[in-house]
Design a protein around this ligand. Structure first.
Ligand code: PLP
Length: 381
């Protein structure tokens, strides 16, 4: 076992899904939907297989998909990029992130992580040989200006940003992103921004891509994918948009790591990305209703939490319901109550910060959420 892998533990999120499956619980732990992908997107995948898109795709991504990404990046994100120079299609945004960190961070380079953070970020930095520098978010999961300023220094190579945010549901605004942009420019650092939930925003909010601020286009890797927007987490199609120099570097890592993302599913992803604007409006409305429902149920039960502004998670404090720690509480929720959740400590480098928190994912059918709420109400009385 290498020194690097010894520093890693297994993914707690994926372990909770396995525990949930073993105990027949309702799985509100891992963030994947239990409802189908859009029919026209599924049909496009079938058509692509039948049309024999069954061999390796171009390593950087099928030209058709890269064109679709460029079109979408222009109208939705305000990022103007060239399919041949700036876009790399990867096996999910997970690989885009890993390939980018490996391409940019050298051994000992510092990589700032805003915590709580998606569980994959820190392992990506460790596997790349970088040094993770966790910076806790402040009140209501806002960027804490003083803490962030004091984390940046001459060794800072990268900062990982995620908006809309998993696990808190926070959406970063212009001021917070502007601060990150200024610090990146001052210290010559690069930002990797994970925007996988970019279409899931509530209460009329709009998504801001960090790459559109100031000169950030030249020092930002913008990552997204089809998993969340098109209910296709198992297809493993994601992408990274970056300037030509960064793209050249991350393409090398991608090439040797995975060669290419699944070829027929790339063709279907191109169809998905060319969805009508009404599709995205409906998506956000649907999730907003789910947020409203599960928020009111969790509040009634006695959980306390930040009301999500985007994404599809609630990071809830259960201190008023139990004296257990987060792992014991999540285990009991899964096995005794029948609703699987993720222990809060898995989102922090300092596990103490998540000891009284669990994360709920509400990317589920309304009927699943109703059943989960009924089970929790019966369990907590
Ligand atoms: N980024 C964040 C913030 C996530 O929450 C997830 C999945 O839960 C991913 C990336 C993984 O995305 P993909 O399926 O594109 O690898």
């Amino acid at each position: 076992m290498s020194g690097k892998t010894r520093l890693l533990s297994e993914s707690v999120i994926r372990e909770m899904t396995r525990l949930s499956d073993r105990h027949g619980a309702i799985n509100l732990s891992q963030g994947f939907p239990d409802f189908p992908a859009p029919a026209r997107v599924k049909r496009a995948a079938v058509r692509a297989i039948e049309a024999d898109f069954n061999q390796y795709a171009v390593t950087w991504g099928s030209p058709n998909l890269r064109r679709a990404i460029a079109e979408k990046a222009a109208w939705f994100n305000g990022i103007h990029c060239e399919p041949d120079k700036n876009i790399t299609v990867t096996c999910g945004s997970t690989e885009a992130l890993m390939a980018s960190v490996m391409a940019i961070a050298d051994r000992g380079d510092e990589v700032i992580l805003l915590e709580p953070a998606y569980e994959n970020y820190k392992p990506s930095v460790i596997l790349a040989g970088g040094t993770p520098v966790p910076v806790p978010l402040g009140e209501s999961f806002s960027v804490d200006e003083e803490r962030l300023k004091s984390a940046f220094n001459g060794r800072t190579k990268l900062i990982l940003v995620n908006t809309p945010h998993n696990p808190s549901g926070k959406v970063f605004g212009k001021k917070e992103l502007g601060l990150i942009a200024d610090l990146c420019e001052d210290y010559g650092a690069v930002a990797i921004t994970d925007e996988i939930y970019e279409h899931i925003l509530y209460d009329g909010r709009s998504h801001i891509s960090l790459a559109t601020l100031g000169d950030m286009a030249e020092r930002t890797v913008t990552i997204s994918g089809i998993s969340k927007t098109y209910t296709a987490t198992g297809w493993r199609v994601g992408y990274a948009i970056a300037d030509e120099t960064l793209t050249k570097a991350l393409r090398k890592v991608h090439d040797f790591m995975t060669v290419c993302a699944p070829a027929p599913l790339q063709e279907a992803a191109a169809v998905a990305l060319r969805s009508q604007k009404s599709f995205y409006i409906k998506l956000a409305e649907t999730y907003q209703k789910k947020r409203d429902y599960i928020s009111s149920q969790l509040k009634d039960i006695g959980f306390e939490f930040f009301r999500p502004e985007g994404s599809y998670y609630i990071l809830a404090d259960f201190g008023g319901l139990s004296s257990k720690d987060d792992r014991k509480f999540a285990y009991s929720m899964t096995v005794d109550c029948g609703v699987a959740v993720v222990p809060g400590s898995s989102f922090y480098s300092d596990p103490k910060l998540g000891r009284k928190q669990v994360r709920f994912s509400y990317s589920k059918k309304d009927s699943t959420l109703r059943k989960a709420a009924a089970k929790m109400k019966a369990f907590f009385g």
